[in-house]
Design a binder for this molecule. Structure first.
Ligand code: ADP
Ligand code: MG
Length: 452
C-alpha cells in the first residue's frame, strides 16, 4: 500500500474518530511504510505521534484490516528521520513536516481592526525601530529574531503594529496560519480547555500556527498554570522556527510575577520599546486623522493652529489625542460651526484639563482610602492597625511615585510624619509588591485610576 492509497481510504476513519479529530490528527499522517505487519506513519511532531498512538492507533489498524492489509502494529515517527536512519538515506528526501491541519476558521484568534494597518501608522523617532522590526516580521521571510517583543505605555501603538503585521502577512502569505490574540484570551481559552478536558486540542491548535502574536502578555504574570502553558507553547513554536510576536506594557525583566525562565526566553529575540510620543509624531498623527476626516465631514477643516495646539497640549497617549479630534469634528458638524481654537478649547475643556492636571497627594489619599474602604481621616491619622497601615503605605508609595513632592513634604501631608517613616513605607510596598501579586494589582489599578 502506498501513501496515495492511504489518502484514499483514510476518510473511512471520519465516522470513527469524528470530523474534528480527523482533521487535526489523521489528515496530517503520511504512510511511509507497510511491511511485515507494521504500518509506519510520519507525523509532524512527536507529540502528534504520541497522541495518535494512544488514541487512534487501534482505529487505524482495524480500518487498515478492513481494506485487506495485513497489520499487526501501527507506528509513528517524526518527519521520517526517527524511523530507520539507514533506510532513510536510500529514500529520496522529501518534506513531510506538514502542519497539523486545523482550518483557519477554527483558529481561536481575536478579530483584527481593519484600520490598524502599516499605511495608517505614522512613523516618528519614538516608534521608528518598533515599526521597522514589525515591517521585517510582516515580510514573512526567514525568522531572524524570535520573539519580537514590543513594549511601551498605553496607547502608543503596540496593538496597531501587531494588527498591521497580521494584515500584511495575510495578504502576502495567505497560506500561513497567523494567530493574533490577547494574553487574556489565551488564558481564557486555556482555562476553558482545562475545564472541558480538551487540553490536547488546545496544545495542538496553538502549536500548529506559523505566526503567533500575543498582546499584553503582562496579563499572565502571576497566573501560574497559564504561564506554564504559555512557556511550553512558546518553546514548541520557537523550536519549529515559527515567528512569535509579543507585546507588553513594560520590558520583560520588569514584569513582576513572571517566571524567570519566561523572562529570559522573552529576552532572547529582539526587544524594542515604543517611546512616549513627541510633538512631531503627535502632529503627524493628527494631520493624518484630519486627512481621513476630510472625506467624512465634507467642508470641515482643522486649521493648522488647532492641530498644533492639540499636539502641544495632549501628551498622554495617542488614543486620547485621536478621541479629541473625533469629538472636535463631531461637535463642529453638529452645531454647524467652523473649527477654531476657541471651539476646540470649549469642546475639549475636560480633556485639556485632565492632561494638564498635576496629581495632588490629597487625590491619591482619597482614591486609596476609597479603594481599601477606609476613612480618609484614618489613612492620615495615627492608627497602627494593619488594615489601615498597609493602605497608608500604599498611598505614601503612590505619592512618591506619581508626584514630584519630596519625602518631607509627603510626610507633612500624612499627618506630620517624619520623612524616614515615608521612606520606610515606600520601601515596604516596593518589597511586598515584588512577591504579593494582589498588592501589585492594586497598585497598578490605582495608578491607572489616578492617571486616567
Ligand atoms: P497600545 O496597544 O500600545 O495601547 P494601540 O495600538 O491600541 O496602543 O493605539 C491606540 C490608538 O492610537 C489606536 O487607535 C492607534 O491606531 C493609534 N496610534 C498609536 N500610535 C499610532 C501611530 N504611530 N500612528 C497612527 N495611529 C497610532
Ligand atoms: Mg494594546
Amino acid at each position: 500500500m502506498t501513501n496515495e492509497t492511504w489518502d484514499q481510504i483514510r476518510e473511512g476513519l471520519i465516522n470513527r474518530v469524528g470530523q474534528n479529530n480527523y482533521r487535526t490528527w489523521i489528515e496530517p499522517l503520511r504512510l511511509s511504510q507497510l511491511k511485515n505487519g507494521v504500518a509506519r506513519f510520519e507525523v509532524p511532531t512527536s507529540f502528534h505521534g504520541d497522541w495518535v498512538q494512544r488514541n487512534f492507533a487501534d482505529h487505524i489498524r482495524s480500518h487498515l484490516l478492513t481494506t485487506g492489509a495485513e497489520v499487526d502494529r501501527v507506528e509513528f515517527s517524526v518527519g521520517g528521520e526517527a524511523a530507520a536512519p539507514r533506510a532513510a538515506a536510500a529514500r529520496p528526501a522529501r518534506s513531510v513536516a506538514r502542519p497539523v491541519a486545523v482550518p483557519d476558521e477554527e483558529l481561536p484568534g481575536a478579530p483584527l481592526d481593519a484600520r490598524f494597518t502599516f499605511d495608517s501608522f505614522v512613523v516618528g523617532k519614538p516608534n521608528e525601530l518598533a515599526h521597522a522590526a514589525a515591517r521585517r516580521v510582516a515580510e514573512g521571510g526567514p525568522v531572524t529574531f524570535n520573539p519580537l517583543f514590543l513594549y511601551g505605555g498605553v496607547g502608543l501603538g503596540k496593538t496597531h503594529l501587531m494588527h498591521a503585521i497580521a494584515h500584511e502577512l495575510r495578504e502576502r502569505h495567505p497560506e500561513r496560519r497567523v494567530l493574533y490574540l490577547s494574553a487574556e484570551q489565551f488564558m481564557y481559552r486555556f482555562v476553558q480547555a482545562l475545564r472541558d478536558k480538551q487540553v490536547m486540542d488546545f496544545k495542538s491548535l496553538f502549536r500548529s500556527v506559523d505566526v503567533l502574536m500575543v498582546d499584553d502578555v503582562q496579563f499572565i504574570a502571576g497566573k501560574d498554570s497559564t504561564q506554564e502553558e504559555f512557556f511550553h507553547t512558546f518553546n514548541a513554536l520557537v523550536d519549529q522556527n515559527k515567528q512569535i510576536v509579543i507585546s507588553a506594557d513594560r520590558a520583560p525583566g520588569e514584569i513582576k510575577d513572571l517566571e524567570d525562565r519566561i523572562k529570559s526566553r522573552l529576552q532572547c529575540g529582539l526587544v524594542v520599546d515604543l517611546h512616549p510620543t513627541d510633538y512631531e509624531l503627535r502632529l503627524g498623527i493628527l494631520q493624518q486623522k484630519a486627512e481621513y476626516y476630510r472625506g467624512q465631514y465634507r467642508g470641515l477643516v482643522v486649521p493648522q493652529g488647532v492641530t498644533e495646539f492639540l499636539a502641544h497640549r495632549i501628551t498622554t497617549n495617542v488614543r486620547v489625542l485621536e478621541g479629541a479630534l473625533t469629538r472636535l469634528y463631531a461637535f463642529a458638524s453638529l452645531v454647524g460651526r467652523e473649527i477654531t481654537l476657541d471651539l476646540a478649547q470649549d469642546c475639549l475643556a475636560d480633556i485639556l484639563r485632565a492632561s494638564d492636571r498635576k496629581l495632588t497627594i490629597e487625590e491619591i489619599q482619597r482614591k486609596v482610602a476609597e479603594h481599601y474602604n477606609v476613612r480618609l481621616s484614618d489613612l492620615i491619622g495615627p492608627k497602627r492597625l494593619r488594615t489601615i497601615a498597609r493602605p497608608r503605605q500604599v498611598a505614601m508609595y503612590l505619592a512618591k511615585q506619581l508626584t514630584s513632592r519630596s519625602l518631607p513634604e509627603i510626610g507633612r501631608r500624612f499627618g506630620g510624619r517624619d520623612h524616614t517613616t515615608i521612606m520606610h513605607g515606600v520601601r515596604k510596598i516596593e518589597e511586598l509588591a515584588a512577591t504579593d501579586s494582589q498588592l501589585a494589582d492594586d497598585i497598578q489599578l490605582l495608578r491607572r485610576l489616578l492617571q486616567g
